[in-house]
Ligand binder design. Structure first.
Ligand SMILES: Cc1ncc(COP(=O)(O)O)c(C=O)c1O
Length: 409
């Protein structure tokens, strides 16, 4: 595998400094990762050479058709799917609202949908809206250790369940959910499984050909790309749903849920984001999928090791309280969240920011999780999210900074 300096050299943003001259430490990846130069160049190249709309009888339009197809092909390889199952949109939230509208028009009053108290609200609010149509929404509760209550989850899935909307990994706590097991439960009752893979996609391998979800969503700006939402739908499934469409729109395939003109420049960038991930592999002659599999397994191990350093270092500070599963052999996203006794999460994140350490605080839209952990009134958590461009040295600096902030109380 390529080493760390190979990775860091690809990002212009890693060469900038903070207000006080310190090198910036980007731990804000769960809110959007940094973007490598190849992605930036692809966006610029699109506007400079191919800027057009699709399906025209002239060169820039025909090349734009290729840009869209290439993005579908690359994202399909990234997810272990085929290009015809990949739809694009503004972001995950917008695609999920479009999908939930279509699902709501398809289902009937009394049908049940299951959401979880761990999920980002983008995978809750679109389904809650369907209560207006007489659909029943059931909630899987969270345990105090930051994992879903799986016994309650299993009991909620009945013959009335039509769809389970589940996050693969929590963007607030790093918890990874047992998606394969839930797939089995939903199969037993013939319910659809929708996976929000936004937080997992940058950190672990996704293979929809193995998991076989009905729908899976992710967002390219979390995996080194621009702001593009991605929806995988099981072949033929979108065609059964009454999606919102203008009349001339293509009625089948991925276009069926793509309203209006896509962001073609961002799609050119998305292709390069997938190529960037694949470039960690040292097997240039292997297929794109094989290179992606190798790269994702490297990224997972690298980030998991760093997450262990960060978790243990923070755990040694007496006034730090860590949330979410410990970093050990359990599968986990490298997202470490904590509170510091006597200081609000906003105060801690601000002090980290002053030291050039970029960290988010709050609920991260995982509002039910933050509420059930009793943190809503206290300003939520401080979240440190890792990416392959982070270094061991950066984490030591971060642990020292948290320790200093704790002592200065
Ligand atoms: C787990 C999770 N789901 C959904 C979303 C929403 O994604 P988007 O910004 O593409 O709508 C986010 C964004 O942070 C997220 O972390």
């Amino acid at each position: 595998m390529k080493d760390l300096s190979y990775c860091r050299d690809q990002f212009l943003s890693l060469r900038r400094f903070g207000r006080h001259g310190q090198p910036l430490i980007y731990l804000d990846g769960p809110g959007g990762s940094q973007v490598p130069d190849s992605v930036v160049l692809a966006i610029q190249e699109y506007y400079g050479h191919r800027n057009s709309n699709t399906h025209g009888p002239f060169v820039t339009s025909q090349e734009t058709d290729q840009v869209v197809l290439q993005a579908r092909t690359h994202v399909a390889e990234f997810l272990g799917a085929t290009p015809a199952t990949i739809s694009f949109g503004q972001n995950m939230t917008t695609l999920n609202f479009l999908l939930s509208q279509a699902v709501g028009d398809f289902l009937t009053s009394g049908d049940e949908i299951i959401v979880t108290d761990l999920d980002h609200d983008s995978n809750v609010a679109p389904w809650l809206r369907l209560q207006q149509k007489g659909l029943v929404i059931r909630h899987v509760p969270l345990t105090s250790s930051g994992t879903l209550d799986l016994d309650a989850f299993r009991r909620l899935i009945t013959a009335k369940t039509r769809l389970v909307a589940l996050g693969w990994a929590s963007n607030a706590l790093g918890t990874v959910n047992p998606v394969e097991e839930v797939r089995q439960w939903t199969n037993q009752v013939g319910a659809w499984l929708l996976i929000d893979a936004v937080h997992w996609a940058p950190h672990g391998l996704i293979d929809v050909s193995k998991l076989q979800p009905d729908f899976l969503l992710c967002s390219a700006y979390k995996f080194f790309g621009p702001h593009v939402g991605v929806l995988y739908a099981n072949p033929g499934l979108l065609e059964t749903l009454p999606t919102l469409r203008v009349r001339p729109q293509i009625e089948v395939g991925p276009e069926r849920i793509e309203t209006g003109t896509l962001n073609h420049a961002a799609l050119a960038g998305t292709t390069q984001a997938v190529n960037f991930i694949a470039s960690f592999s040292e097997n240039p002659s292997a297929s794109l999928r094989i290179r992606l599999e190798e790269s994702m397994s490297y990224i997972y191990r690298y980030e998991h090791d760093l997450a262990g350093v960060l978790y243990d270092g923070l755990a040694d500070i007496p006034t730090v309280r860590l949330y979410g599963p410990p970093v050990d052999d359990v599968q986990r996203a490298p997202t470490i969240s904590f509170t510091l006794e006597g200081q609000s999460s906003r105060q801690v994140a601000t002090k980290l920011g002053e030291r050039g350490i970029l960290a988010w605080d709050g609920d991260f839209y995982a509002i039910n999780a933050i509420e059930s952990l009793g943190l809503a009134a206290k300003g939520g958590l401080v979240r440190l999210g890792l990416a392959p461009y982070n270094t061991h040295q950066e984490l030591l600096r971060t642990i020292a900074a948290v320790s200093e902030i704790a002592r200065a109380m």
